[in-house]
Design a protein around this ligand. Sequence first.
Ligand code: CUA
Length: 125
Amino acid sequence: MPVRSLVAVLVLVLASAPGASPTRAQGPRVIEITAERFEFWPSEVVVAEGEQVELRLRSDDTMHGFRIIGAGIGAGTNVLIPKRGSGYVVVTYIGDRPGRYTFECSRMCGAGHNFMRGVLVVRPQ
Ligand code: CUA
């Protein structure tokens, strides 16, 4: 009997371990960004130098685009943000160079398209 209850306790401990999963804690920080005519929210994103983040971009209306000017992934590419209700697109980004980088919508989405931008700040360590 005592052995049996000890086994039960061990199983409980193991079962609760994934809740504090170290693999999840080590994954990139997720930053949710919503695009909506004609802005991004948040419009300012701050990451630390060397930090890897996962930008999850979704739209609250039509299809938009996303690119980070002059910095790593997304620069010069045309990442499409699916229209509302169609999920999100993921951009993995590493803040390898401190500075302020403009990100913008890269798909013509209406009259305010050219104003649809934000800033990505990479803070030096
Ligand atoms: Cu949103 Cu162009």
